[in-house]
Unconditional design. Structure first.
Length: 493
RNA sequence: GGCAUUGUGGCCGAGUGGCUAGGCAGAGCUCUGCAAAAGCUUGUACAGCGGUUCGAAUCCGCUCGAUGCCUCCA
């Protein structure tokens, strides 16, 4: 199904500062690159939000029928602690501190990253390349940039010449900065710097003898600069010009700015048509930072093993919570907010579980196809998941009214309602229904049905002591009985 | 200090020149043996101060606050 032909999708392009209709370079196909994690410690929750936003975007583009290649890299080298000459590679530093091989650090935290993403029900990207797997490509690009006069070698390191580039190109166009202002506001660097200009950035860093991560190059042993890997990998897998580049807001400058500079210096063309930036996650109104303790790991939320939240929350609930905010807005995580999302999530899932059992009629009180288009309109407006979710709750109201027999629906509308909800909740938002299809659920259902029957017998005999005991003890186990017009149902919390 | 984003009812969070966001919490009602669940009803929110306009939460200016970047950071 090529839904994209009938659904006009608009995206907010950070480069233009406007919402633009998404028109892929090649019709029906999209190339998307997202800056992945530096695997030097456990992936943190804010990181997850960014990747989740792009997972949702990936899912929606797929849903619209685009043929999409989604590349999300793993940074396993080149990410420096700081920009001074003695700046140390993050991976190498961690390896040194823990006295293990750099690749052990990479392996450990790559596994952690994948593990967490899987819990959050992420779709794997089409390609997940690593920086260390593309050293040759990076060296080739550096050679090319030097040849074109936009980089210089000094003491075995190579730097990008920003002022030179700025003479013929516009450095800072993505982040709204001007080179002159940046020069005027440059802080004093403490160490002597071999860079010609403070704005210049490293393409290749010389490895001192004690450095453990090193590769041979025309400039001697060293390692690549961080900004370069994304240019190398995006160019290799998506071409010199591709459709969407995503990442966190904080990467806009300097990382993405440098990517543009590198690509334009080599290829002469702007590498990306649409720049998409996901906003930050705060906790209790403050930025999440390990240094202040205002930080929580995904697994600590899932297990409840933390001092910040009153209970454990499932990955599905956290995902639902994040989807209730627009990806370009700052989102604040708090105990109250998660509790509210959990209730909303359960309400939504309860409605989903009830659709199949709805009886149908010859007419519908609910205009399902109009509602369906409203859902698409929300998503087409720069992936407005909060508005989409508001529409989903509108459907929940109708489902509940249908359950009570207060409204009617035709069989075809019911099927449309069901398929649309399935598509948006499970396929697009990627929210899992944890009450469904886990092994043992059927037996549990049979068992609870038995207890419901016993309770009904007791109630019919006005033996309320027994009936209440069954109900209350089940409630204590997290199984809630719900008396409706057509008998009793239950839900598991 | 500079650049950028942002400030919505008790909480979270959409929207954007006139028309109900939504979820959670609260109150009342219906249903019920009692509950729960569900349904219905209910909130005159848009940081402050000015300005533009027939009309602004929505546009403009200023003030105050928050967040991000400016050094690695999703």
């Amino acid at each position: 199904m090529q839904l994209y032909k009938s659904q006009k999708l608009k995206v907010y392009n950070s480069l233009s500062g406007k919402k633009e209709i998404l028109e892929p370079i090649t019709e029906g196909a999209i190339g998307m690159y997202v800056c992945g994690p530096t695997v030097y410690s456990n992936v943190h929750l804010g990181n997850c939000r960014t990747f989740m936003s792009f997972d949702m975007i990936f899912r929606y583009l797929k849903h619209l029928g685009y043929k999409i290649r989604y590349v999300r890299n793993i940074t396993d080298a080149g990410h420096l602690e700081n920009d001074a000459d003695e700046g140390e590679d993050k991976i190498a530093k961690k390896a040194r501190l823990e006295r293990i091989e750099p690749m052990e650090v990479v392996q450990r935290y790559t596994v952690d990253f994948h593990n967490i993403l899987q819990k959050f029900n992420f779709l794997p990207p089409s390609i997940e390349p690593t920086a260390t797997g593309h050293i040759i490509e990076q060296i080739e690009i550096i050679k090319d940039i030097i040849e074109k006069g936009y980089a210089y070698e000094i003491n075995g390191s190579v730097y990008f010449n920003v002022p030179k580039f700025n003479e013929t190109h516009e450095y800072g166009k993505l982040s709204g900065r001007k080179l002159e202002d940046m020069i005027a506001n440059t802080r004093e660097l403490t160490a002597q710097n071999e860079k010609q200009s403070p704005q210049d950035f490293a393409l290749w860093k010389k490895a001192e003898p004690q450095h453990i991560m090193r590769w041979p190059s025309p400039w001697g042993d060293g390692f690549p600069g961080w900004h370069l890997e994304c240019t190398a990998m995006s160019t290799k897998y998506l071409g010199e010009s591709f459709d969407i580049h995503g990442g966190g807001m904080d990467l806009k400058f300097p990382h993405h700015e440098c990517e543009i500079a590198q690509a334009e210096a080599t290829n002469g063309v702007s590498p990306v048509k649409y720049w998409l930036h996901a906003n930050m996650l705060t906790m209790n109104g403050k930025k999440m930072a390990k240094s202040t303790g205002n930080n929580i790991l995904p697994d600590e939320i899932f297990s409840g093993d933390n001092t910040i939240l009153s209970k454990a929350f499932s990955p599905a609930v956290v995902r639902f919570f994040m989807m209730q905010a627009h990806y370009t807005s700052i989102l604040d995580l708090s105990n109250d907010a998660l509790l509210a999302s959990e209730k909303g999530y359960l309400k939504l899932m309860e409605a989903m579980n009830g659709i199949e059992g709805l009886s149908t009629s010859s007419s519908s009180d609910f205009d399902v196809s109009t509602w369906q288009q409203k859902c698409y309109d929300a998503m087409n407006d720069d992936f407005n998941t909060p508005t989409l979710i508001a529409h989903l709750f509108e459907a929940v109201k109708h489902i509940n009214a249908l359950k009570e027999g207060k409204e009617t629906i035709t069989e075809s509308d019911k099927q449309l309602l069901k398929s649309t909800l399935n598509a948006f909740i499970f396929d697009v938002l990627g929210i899992e229904n944890k009450n469904e299809s886990s092994s043992g659920t059927d037996k549990l259902a049979d068992l609870v049905s038995l207890l419901i029957q016993l309770r009904k017998d007791a109630r019919d005999n006005k033996d309320f002591a027994t009936s209440d005991k069954i109900r209350d003890q089940l409630a204590a186990l997290g199984i809630q009985l719900k008396d409706g017009k057509d008998g009793t149902t239950f839900s598991v919390n």
